[in-house]
Each structure stands twice: as structure tokens, then as C-alpha cells.
Ligand binder design. Structure first.
Ligand code: FAD
Length: 368
């Protein structure tokens, strides 16, 4: 059946969805969907799947902005209690699904030349930041670092994505595997065209990572968005062989509890090609071996690329696309989407359900 729809688009089938459509099933979209559902909304999550692999799968999972003292203060409410938030969600996952995705609370050693700036930040934020030698970590790791952040953890993001998908299903959030081509506000509703289906809902949230730019083309804030390709290597070591997250400007290592170690990451602004390349392989191998020399002789077991939702603004873009709009956007989280996802989910759900936001939302407004 072909349906003519007020010049919006021609699709097959009309679906009416009460409440909210979430477009994009990366880490941001999944937490938004769950938080909206928890507020009594009926949620449909539309995701393009493997045709547009998410940055959330490709990422490392460090629960801190890298070098947090270098970031704009507006990130604070979205990142400061991320470890607690992930811990609480893990309890929910355990009780509702039996799944218990990994959080590795292993701490982070940091190589940093601006130690004074870091110390000032830690004092102001009341974050534990110690000289690296106080980590008690031997084996040549702490000698190569200046700072030790014992409370930094990393989530195993691929497992978290799968677990959140199970939770969404368990809670009755409908998942549609399709690519959205149009999002339009009309007659007190939002119409969304995905493949051959057309959806109508009270509100929609665009959380499609860097693809949000194309979906909301023409709106002024989208000029700030850009793809930033990042590549990663994976090594298999013994559990505990890399005892903490190791961070330097040249690259980082993130240990998983089973001995897998991620070595990341490259930054290529403006590049949206997902193919891993030989040049990045070389750069990542060198920076990994700089942290841990035995890696120079070891072949990585995997190499992949992802595309971050890069953003020229120093803070993410979260909120209605214009005042009073039924379309909300949540994107531009760049390197901090995993750490800030649970708080972003809460904030967006509060916005679309009309509850007071838990933090000042103005700094993230698309129009600010
Ligand atoms: C190498 C690398 C390392 C990283 N390390 C970290 C880290 O340690 N800590 C951290 O906090 N962050 C990290 N990040 C950043 C983090 O991964 C991103 O900020 C975050 O994943 C963005 O999530 P998202 O949900 O906005 O976008 P994505 O994860 O990209 O999800 C977007 C989703 O939208 C879907 N989609 C796209 N277009 C459409 C459409 N038209 N219709 C329907 N669906 C659509 C896609 O299929 C995808 O599933 C890293 C990123 C990379 C690449």
C-alpha cells in the first residue's frame, strides 16, 4: 500500500505511537529510551543497526573525560557521578535480566605535564588525585606517570550495549531496525519516515550520533557537528597484567577483567570512513608499547574504527531543536558519550516528560 502524506514522504503502512520515538540506539539513545519508559511513556526505539555501526560499540568505556581538567565545566553534571549511575543501572540489570555487565574499577594512571592545573581542578571538584607513586602499582607503570586517580573505572561498553538492549526488550520498549530518513513536526505531532514505515508520535528524540547532523540538516547548530574517526587495537594479555587504565596524550590502554586490553585511540576530524587503516595500526602499536614494552612483540587480536559525534562546541547539544518543539536532540558528545550517557538519558527524559531537569540545561541548548 502506498500512502500519500501531506507532501512529507511516501511510505508503506502508518503506525501510530503514543508518546516518544527515540531515533538512534547507541548508548545515548538506549538510556534515553529507558528513562522515558520509566516515566510512563510509550517508547519506540528506531536504530539503523549494522548499516551504521555505533561509536558506542567502538569506544573504550573510560568513565571520565580524558584529562578531565581540560574540559568545559558544563560537562560536570553529566559526568561527575557516572560511576554511581552505572553501578545503579547494573543492579537494575541484574535484578530484571540477570545480566551483570563489567565495570572495571581499576583506577587510572595519567601522564600529564600540567600537574598544577590538574591539582587545582581536583581540589575544586573534590576528586581524588594523587601522585602516581602513591598508587602502589609496580612493574614500571607508575614510574611513567605523574598522577593517580584511584576512583576512575571503565565499562565494557559492548557488553553494556547488549545488556541495555535486553532490558529495553524486557520493559516493552519496541525496537525497529531501520534507517530514519525524515523527521518532521506537523499538526501537533512528529512524523518520522523509516524505510517503508511511517511513524507518528507526540515527541521524538534524535540521538543518532554523528548522523544526527544529516537528519536535522539546515538547523544552525548542526554546523557545529562533525564526524571524528577513532581507531582502536585489542590485545590479549593475562588478567591483571595491565593493572590500571594508563592515559597519556599519545594514547591509552584500558584493561578488561579477562586480560583483554584496548589500545586507543586515533582522532581524525572530518573523517567518517569506518575502515581501520595501516597508519593508525602503526601509531597505536607504538603508543601501546611505550606504556608496556612487551606489547611491541605481540600482535593485536583485533583492530577497528568508529566515528564519534564530534562537536565544535565545548559541550554536547541536548534539548528541543527550537523553543516549544516536539523534536529534541541529544548528540555531540564527542569523546565523552559513554561516561555521560546515563545522566544524558535522565536529562532528556525529564525534558520530554515535562519534569524539572536535575541540572541546569541551558548550556546544552541547541540555540545557546
Ligand atoms: C575509538 C573511540 C573511543 C572512545 N572512548 C570513549 C571512552 O573511553 N569514554 C567515553 O565516554 N566515550 C568514548 N568514546 C565516545 C563515545 O563512544 C561516543 O561519544 C558515544 O558512543 C556516542 O553515543 P551516541 O549514542 O550519541 O552515538 P552512536 O553510538 O554513534 O549511536 C548512534 C546510533 O544511531 C543509529 N543511527 C544513525 N543514523 C540513524 C538513522 N538515520 N536512523 C536510525 N538510526 C540511526 C546508528 O546505527 C547508531 O546505532 C569513544 C569513541 C571512539 C570512536
Amino acid at each position: 500500500m502506498s500512502v500519500q502524506s501531506d507532501g512529507f514522504c511516501q511510505c508503506l503502512g502508518i503506525f501510530s505511537v503514543r508518546d516518544v520515538l527515540v531515533i538512534g540506539g547507541g548508548i545515548i539513545g538506549r538510556f534515553i529510551a529507558l528513562e522515558c519508559q520509566a516515566r510512563g511513556m510509550t517508547v519506540t526505539l528506531i536504530d539503523a543497526g549494522q548499516s551504521r555501526p555505533s561509536a558506542s560499540w567502538a569506544g573504550g568505556g573510560i568513565l571520565s573525560p580524558l584529562f578531565p581538567w581540560r574540559y568545559h565545566a558544563s560537562w560536570r553534571p553529566l559526568v561527575s557521578d557516572s560511576l554511581d549511575r552505572y553501578g545503579q543501572w547494573r543492579e537494575v540489570l541484574r535484578s530484571e535480566t540477570g545480566l551483570f555487565p563489567e565495570i572495571n574499577a581499576c583506577g587510572m594512571l595519567v601522564r600529564e605535564s600540567e600537574v598544577e592545573q590538574a591539582r587545582r581542578w581536583a581540589r575544586d571538584e573534590r576528586v581524588k588525585l594523587l601522585p602516581a607513586r602513591e598508587s602502589g602499582i609496580s612493574g614500571g607503570f607508575s614510574e611513567k606517570a605523574e598522577l593517580w586517580m584511584p576512583d576512575i573505572a571503565a565499562v565494557r561498553n559492548s557488553r553494556w550495549l547488549s545488556a541495555l538492549e535486553v532490558l529495553c526488550e524486557h520493559r516493552g520498549i519496541r525496537r525497529v531496525l531501520s534507517s530514519v530518513s525524515d523527521v518532521v513536526e506537523s499538526a501537533g505531532a512528529v512524523e518520522v519516515c523509516a524505510g517503508e514505515e511511517r511513524f507518528r508520535a507526540g515527541q521524538a528524540v534524535v540521538a543518532a550520533g554523528y548522523w544526527s547532523k544529516a537528519l536535522l540538516k539546515g538547523l544552525p547548530f548542526t554546523e557545529e557537528l562533525m564526524p571524528v574517526k577513532g581507531e582502536m587495537l585489542l590485545y590479549q594479555l593475562e588478567p591483571g597484567e595491565i593493572p590500571a587504565i594508563l592515559l597519556a596524550d599519545s594514547g591509552y590502554l584500558i584493561p578488561r577483567k579477562d586480560g583483554l586490553v584496548l589500545a586507543g585511540s586515533t582522532l581524525n576530524a572530518g573523517v567518517q570512513d569506518m575502515r581501520p587503516g595501516a597508519a593508525a595500526h602503526q601509531v597505536l602499536r607504538e603508543s601501546a608499547a611505550d606504556w608496556y614494552p612487551p606489547l611491541a612483540k605481540l600482535q593485536p587480536v583485533a583492530h577497528w574504527a568508529g566515528v564519534r559525534p564530534g562537536n565544535r562546541r565545548p559541550q554536547p547539544i541536548i534539548g528541543p531543536i527550537h523553543q516549544g518543539s516536539r523534536i529534541c536532540v541529544a548528540t555531540g558528545h564527542f569523546r565523552n558519550g559513554l561516561v555521560s550517557a546515563p545522566a544524558t538519558g535522565q536529562l532528556v527524559a525529564e525534558m520530554v516528560s515535562g519534569q524539572p531537569p536535575f541540572c541546569e540545561s541551558q548550556p546544552y541548548s541547541p540555540s545557546s
